[in-house]
Design a protein around this ligand. Structure first.
Ligand code: FAD
Length: 281
């Protein structure tokens, strides 16, 4: 121990709203969550550039309110020229923080871009803009669905760190051991960057189940069984979800996680309750 305490990093993720009502609602959410004083808000980016303008508008809106914002940027289907333009736009708005991803094109869509993996995007951003951006990448404690093994996933994650990523945010998970074991394996593989757990509060269980299947996040059997037993009782689902996720966050922070990144789904409610219960303010 050298006595130096690194501050923990807390952040909140939004998606760019589609309608004027959505924009208003997000502003309200953001103002509520801003009171918790997060390090930054991040804003997702539709693969293939489908939300390019809305991501930028949302990020600029957040900055206008005086808060740090990090746009996500995905490279699948993109060309060097198109990404150069996006990076230039971000730079011209004073943005210095990015979440760099590969992205997933909807099935049936052809890729046809000049980038294959997030590693290539991180390299490109560094080649084009040097150290201008603080770059986050994605990490998968429960293994990305397309990785052939956990070890292969870690090798690919290391390539992103070697390409110049500063930190990582994980896919969500509900088993803290998956995170701690993943971090141990990463450290053993020489990956030194902070790995911040991504946290998904549980709002709608059937939606969460469908989504988890697609992204390779596991819902432990005991949680699934209990949730299914609640049927349509949304108050019971919400109460149990809050209990499970608060306990997960508590275990992660107690075990040394360097912060938490909340997938808010543009709602402040559940995240704020978890925050209060963790006494983070
Ligand atoms: P990569 O790191 O490129 O990995 C993708 C797959 O390819 C992995 O299975 C990896 O093991 C494999 N791989 C990597 N390198 C190689 C190689 N050299 N050879 C062979 N295989 C390799 N998606 C969006 O569209 N927009 C968003 O805003 C967005 N935000 C996200 C935020 C977070 C925190 C997370 C965790 C995910 C987010 N996603 C987003 C989803 C993400 O795009 C998908 O999970 C996608 O499938 C993988 O992206 P990646 O950046 O991890 O890809």
């Amino acid at each position: 121990m050298n006595g130096v305490v690194t501050p923990r990093v807390f952040s909140f993720e939004f998606f760019p709203p589609k309608t004027p009502e959505g924009v208003e609602k997000l502003r309200h959410t953001q103002r509520q969550l801003a009171q918790l004083n997060p390090a930054f808000f991040s804003v997702t980016y539709g693969a293939g550039g489908t939300t390019q303008d809305r991501t930028l508008e949302t990020v600029v809106d957040i900055q206008r309110e005086g808060h740090a914002a990090a746009p996500h940027l995905s490279c699948i289907g993109a060309t060097r020229e198109s990404l150069r333009r996006v990076l230039e736009q971000y730079r011209s708005h004073g943005i210095r923080h990015l979440v760099a991803l590969r992205g997933d094109l909807p099935s049936g869509t052809l890729g046809g871009g000049e980038f294959r993996y997030a590693r290539d995007l991180v390299r490109f951003v560094r080649e084009e803009t040097g150290d201008h951006f603080y770059i986050e990448v994605a990490a998968y404690p429960e293994v990305h669905p397309q990785a052939r093994s956990a070890q292969e996933g870690i090798r690919h994650f290391r390539e992103k760190a070697e390409a110049g990523a500063n930190a990582a945010i994980t896919q969500y998970f509900y088993n803290p051991d998956a995170y701690f074991s993943f971090v141990d394996d990463c450290r053993a593989a020489g990956i030194e960057i902070p790995i911040v757990p991504g946290v998904m509060p549980i709002a709608n269980f059937s939606q969460l189940s469908r989504f988890s299947e697609a992204c390779g996040a596991e819902i432990p059997r005991w949680i699934r069984q209990k949730m299914q037993g609640y049927g349509d009782d949304s108050a019971a689902i919400k109460a149990f979800g809050l209990e499970v996720v608060t306990q997960l966050c508590d275990q992660l922070l107690t075990g040394g996680a360097p912060g938490l990144h909340f997938y808010t789904m543009n709602n402040a409610g559940l995240t704020s309750v978890i925050w209060e219960r963790l006494h983070l303010s």
